[in-house]
Design a protein around this ligand. Structure first.
Ligand code: SAM
Length: 196
């Protein structure tokens, strides 16, 4: 099997198991971003089964990824998947809660794709690891279109809370003068925050 076929199988398996992986549109944007900006070091929060880490790594031979996953089953699956595509030398997979991880290294790109309600906390924890001129990309900013809805229209209390947190994160990014943030309606919505 070619690398592309293995990756396609990893993606299909994840989708069949209803593991939330990045949409094709989102992944294509990340790949293009990595290539156009000559991104070298990437930190990802939320590996799941390693699909997006693998895709980012395959975007360019120069890319190395550190990615964090707190779920044991997904971590073990990610470990297996990374080996299958032979990227164990370029992807460092950490089995931890991201809030317990202490990193000294610097990254050109930080990709936040973990617990949506915690986006601001992830951003604030890891921004010290971003190089100046680097970028933080956050996924799920539209939360399946719910972020565009009026909060009163959302019946479930849990969903309302989640949407409120994402809206607060949008305000946090808009008000943050140290970053220039663009919101893109790609996939489930991306926030692209460039450190100015
Ligand atoms: N980036 C992956 C991809 O596209 O292939 C998908 C990641 S999935 C949307 C989010 C993952 O983040 C889940 O597997 C979840 O267990 C993990 N996660 C959530 N909160 C976390 C935390 N505090 N620390 C580490 N992992 C976390």
């Amino acid at each position: 099997m070619t690398k592309e076929e293995i990756v396609e199988q990893i993606k299909e398996n994840a989708l069949n198991q209803q593991i939330p992986i990045m949409s094709d549109e989102g992944i294509q944007y990340l790949i293009q971003y990595i290539q156009e900006h000559s991104v070298h070091r990437i930190l990802e929060v939320g590996a799941a089964v390693g699909y997006s880490a693998i895709m980012m790594c395959l975007a360019s031979e120069d890319v190395v990824v550190t990615t964090i996953e707190r779920d044991e089953v997904r971590y073990l699956e990610a470990l297996k998947n990374i080996k299958k595509v032979g990227l164990e030398d370029r992807i460092q997979l950490l089995y931890h809660d991201a809030f317990d991880v202490s990193l000294e290294d610097e990254y050109d790109l930080i990709f936040i794709d973990a617990a949506k309600a915690q986006n601001q906390r992830f951003f604030e924890k890891f921004e010290k690891n971003l190089v100046s001129g680097g970028t933080i990309i956050t996924d799920n900013m539209n939360f399946h279109g719910l972020v565009d809805q009026n909060l009163d229209e959302i019946q479930s209390k849990n969903l309302r809370q989640m949407v409120r947190k994402i809206k607060n994160y949008i305000t946090f990014l808009e008000d943050n003068s140290r970053y220039q943030t663009h919101f893109l309606k790609l996939g489930d919505g991306l926030a692209v925050s460039i450190k100015v």
